[in-house]
Design a protein around this ligand. Structure first.
Ligand code: PLP
Length: 382
């Protein structure tokens, strides 16, 4: 094994696939037009590229092209979805339901909305991170305007029963938002089958560029109304003003296409390696897997290692790039809110690591990482 670091943090971000990069390159210096320039061919070429990407993404999630709004990523898409719905529907009701294990983007946006008068209910999860649909039934109210629950968790990979949760939401005439950032490209995402009214995609999680993403907003059955959170030139049907990031959107479109066509093969390979990795680690005493055993993303592995702080382990293994909990929150010296919501103690949460594999991972790398981690655990425990 070489002495270059092994990347095991694909849920944090992914490298740009060279095939994706190639589709983007002409749109930097050659076809550099502004997609809103209606009076010349530079603008028309850029606009055509945007239209193609929009149609591709819509087709991949079983939506209509007019239902796709381009954003800078999932954080912006989530802000637009949640704040946009609250602005549009706050006279109908001010109640929003989400889950304790959502990504910080959803949780922090809910805190911001609370400051504007929203009432937020946070659903509990069980030890595997799963929401009991009965708890949604119990908590949903006539003034619930929105339910926001993710498809797959970024820290544990746990997958929720979205079709069931969205059905309960619709029976109450509420809107269902689903954070599909981690799920898209790792499993099938069909907004009709899952009953999703709004969802988001981020290019840098699917081997596309950073700074490009999309929000799906349903236009019929039900038609979702959003109030724009960004004002300016009226781009994206007035919902997201700002000159479109043409190379980024082209990259998002091609990355989404590769991801949707290739996820199945990658999933088979990655889940086999993940199983081997987990067998090795859990053969040690007091090491256990966090997340759902049956309903989990194929690439994600979160384990707690009794008696060892994740930070200490990571510092001892500089050639392995993995994380403690979520990358977006790992700057904060707090135990993972996801693991705590699943019932882990503070010390169990502090001793948890997340390994997330990707399509460029190899069998050798995974085996080597498992051996290195196991050896280090034994050394630290001795
Ligand atoms: N939602 C989930 C589940 C995520 O994992 C992330 C990023 O880690 C985000 C939202 C934010 O995505 P972005 O980096 O595109 O803003």
């Amino acid at each position: 094994m070489s002495s270059s670091p092994i990347y095991l943090d694909y849920n944090a971000t992914t490298p740009v696939d060279v095939r994706v990069l190639e589709t983007m390159l002409p749109y930097f210096s050659q076809h550099f037009g502004n997609a809103s320039s209606r009076t010349h061919s530079f603008g028309w070429i850029a606009e055509q590229a945007i239209t193609d990407a929009r149609e591709k993404i819509a087709h991949l999630i079983n939506a209509e092209a007019q239902e796709i709004i381009f954003t800078s990523g999932s954080t912006e898409a989530i802000n637009l979805a949640l704040k946009g719905v609250f602005s549009a529907y706050h006279l109908k009701g001010k109640h929003i339901i989400t889950a304790k294990t959502e990504h910080k983007t959803v949780l922090d946006t809910c805190v911001a909305l609370k400051g504007l008068g929203a009432e937020i209910t946070y659903l509990d999860v069980d030890r595997e991170g799963i929401i009991d649909p009965e708890s949604l039934k119990k908590n949903i109210r006539p003034d619930t305007i929105l339910v926001a629950i993710m498809l797959a968790n970024n820290e544990t990979g746990t997958i929720q029963d979205i079709a069931n949760l969205s059905e309960i939401t619709h029976a109450n005439n509420s809107i269902f938002f689903c954070d599909t950032t981690q799920a898209f490209g790792k499993m099938k995402v069909d907004v009709q089958e899952l009953g999703i009214d709004m969802c988001c995609i981020s290019a840098h999680k699917i081997y596309g560029p950073k700074g490009a993403g999309a929000l799906f907003v349903r236009r019929k059955n039900p038609r979702v109304t959003l109030i724009s959170q960004m004002h300016g030139g009226g781009h994206e049907r007035g919902l997201r003003s700002g000159t479109l990031n043409v190379p980024g959107i082209v990259g998002l479109g091609s990355a989404a296409e590769f991801a949707a066509n290739e996820w199945w093969d990658n999933a088979q390979k990655l889940s086999t390696w993940r199983t081997k990795f987990e067998w090795k680690l859990t053969a040690l005493e007091n090491v256990f897997v966090n997340g759902s055993i049956r309903n989990r993303l194929p690439n994600t592995c979160n384990v707690s290692i009794g008696g060892i702080k994740a930070d200490t382990l990571i510092a001892k293994l500089p050639l392995l790039a993995f994380s403690t909990g979520s990358a977006c929150t790992s700057a904060l010296p707090e135990p993972s809110h996801v693991l705590k919501a699943m019932g882990l103690s503070e010390s169990e949460a502090y001793s948890s690591i997340r390994i997330s594999l990707g399509k460029d991972s190899t069998d050798d790398e995974v085996l080597h990482a498992a051996n290195e981690i196991c050896n280090q655990i034994e050394k630290l425990r001795s």
